[in-house]
Write a protein that binds this ligand. Structure first.
Ligand code: PMP
Length: 491
């Protein structure tokens, strides 16, 4: 196979000119977008934003650590007109300076949460240092600045997923809250006795439990699309459930957080719409990793989390089509979501504000806006290509280790960024602890997908997941460490 190193090497010689012109073009479009916001200006930084990275006990000099992680590779990578400088990307993440058990941190758990670049961390600090105020309330300068930055973050999200309008973007705490919002607001109003909801056996608990709660309350039925032995959805199950009638909603994940399977959501949405059903897409594992276009996909709802895409925790997004949002009753009651309040009744604001009761996570939204700037600068197509190549490399190299079983699709091209595996009968927690000794962070357990574990016939797996800052060298370290586990556990 052509390795990433070779591709980087081939690309690196011709990148700098393109990088310069791209950066200039991007700055121009960013300014243009900012100028579209009526009347309010986002505050300019008055303090330097780049601070020295935090230091930790036992930390090596930065260059030594980075030398370890990058010495075997060239530094640039291009898709289309976007420059991907892996060395620069790694320098942007202060946490990658950490040593774990004397070794550089190899963070292979981005499916759980992604690391944060200094730009995002600095923007949070700048918000609190310079323009912390509540939004949509004050008529004073810093409140107007906070409001502008908050609403600009909403507009950035709309552009990222190609929503028709920022008013289709609701700030929530994360994917989990987005799905609960749909279940409790749209679901209670639209799902009744005997109705059906289609899910799949590869859903995260956050796309199962809210529907169980709703189904119990409304007397509705849940119907599951099963999985083939290599981790794809059984299309025939889906068709049969749809044709059984009474289906109100199809809710499915775009990318499995355990198997990495990329589901053909566009096709499923087309078929569901023909039967008059709404479709919710859990995009927690896709929006951070690939271009997602809600108009092209034509989903009715889309949910994702900021923390998996370099943004802060506690902020996420529910996208829904405007016409659907307008029909939906509020989810939470409180300040800011009302038009008028009287003693015995109230009226609501239009979406998205109807669904953002109380003081929301203002800093989180602004931080997420910055994370989107950061990812857009690299380019979502670039990110997808990088993740894809690392996934393929990891699949190939791990697959060669004696005793390793990889779950999910045998063809890594149908997987995005995630590989679940086991080694003989070694418990996943033992594996993860052993990898930690080598400075490698992976997830072990059921990954909040117990029905999927049942389908696979296991109680847990070890999961390695990659993102923008990971390198082929880190995959090599993972493979060496898994081989070491094989020797330790005599597999
Ligand atoms: N769905 C999927 C596919 C996920 O991977 C996750 C996070 N592991 C969630 C939903 C829940 O996301 P959050 O915890 O950010 O609400």
């Amino acid at each position: 196979m052509t390795t990433l190193k070779q591709k980087w090497a081939a690309a690196s010689s011709s990148t700098s000119l393109k990088a310069t012109s791209h950066a200039a073009a991007d700055t121009a479009s960013y300014r243009k977008a900012k100028n579209r916001l009526p009347g309010l200006a986002v505050p300019k930084s008055t303090t330097p934003t780049t601070k020295p990275p935090l230091t930790f006990p036992g930390q090596l000099a930065q260059s030594t650590v980075r030398g370890y992680a990058t010495q075997k590779q060239a530094t640039a990578y291009i898709h289309g007109d976007k420059l991907y400088d892996i060395d620069k990307v790694r320098h942007d993440f202060p946490i990658l300076n950490r040593l774990i058990n004397g070794k550089p941190l190899a963070y292979l758990d981005s499916a759980a949460t992604a690391q944060k670049p200094a730009e995002v961390i600095d923007e949070l600090t700048r918000f609190y240092n310079e323009y912390n105020a509540n939004v949509h309330r004050g008529v004073y300068k810093i409140s107007e600045e906070a409001t502008a930055a908050y609403e600009e973050a909403r507009a950035k999200i709309a552009r990222l997923i190609n929503a028709k309008s920022p008013n289709e973007i609701i700030f929530v705490r994360g994917t989990t809250e987005a799905i609960n919002l749909v279940a409790q607001s749209w679901g209670r109003a639209n799902v009744g006795l005997g109705d059906g909801i289609i899910l799949t056996e590869m859903e995260h608990h956050s796309n199962i439990v809210p529907w169980q709660l709703l189904a119990k309350e409304r007397g509705a039925h849940l119907k599951y699309v099963g999985l083939t032995d290599d981790g794809h959805l059984v299309h025939e199950d889906f068709r049969q459930h749809l044709e059984s009638g009474g289906i109100k909603l199809v809710t499915l994940t775009h990318v499995s957080n355990v198997l990495g399977t990329i589901n053909p959501v566009r096709e499923y949405i087309r078929e569901a719409h023909k039967q008059g059903c709404r479709v919710l897409v859990d995009a927690a594992q896709s929006v951070p990793h690939m271009p997602v276009d809600v108009q092209d996909m034509d989903c009715d709802f889309l949910a994702f989390s900021g923390h998996k895409m370099c943004g802060p925790t506690g902020i996420g997004v529910l996208y829904a089509k405007k016409a659907i949002l307008e029909e939906m009753p509020p989810y939470h009651g409180g300040g800011e979501m009302i038009r008028e309040v009287h003693l015995y009744e109230s009226t609501w604001r239009d979406p998205p504000y109807r669904f953002e009761a109380g003081t929301t996570n203002i800093a989180g939204a602004i931080g997420l806006g910055k994370a989107i700037d950061y990812l857009s600068e690299i380019g979502l197509r670039n990110i997808q290509a990088h993740d894809q190549e690392l996934t393929e490399y990891m699949h190939e190299m791990l697959g060669k280790v004696k005793g390793v079983k990889i779950y999910g699709p045998a063809n890594p091209r149908t997987k995005a960024g995630v590989i679940s595996f086991s080694l003989g009968d070694v418990h996943a927690h033992d594996m993860a602890s052993l990898l930690d000794e080598d400075g490698i962070a992976v997830r072990s357990g059921h990954h909040c997908a117990q029905p999927l574990m049942d389908r696979l016939g296991v109680s847990s797996t070890t999961r390695a997941s990659v993102y923008i800052y990971n390198t082929e060298d880190e995959i090599d370290r993972l493979v060496e460490s898994v081989e070491r586990a094989g020797r330790v556990f005599k597999i």
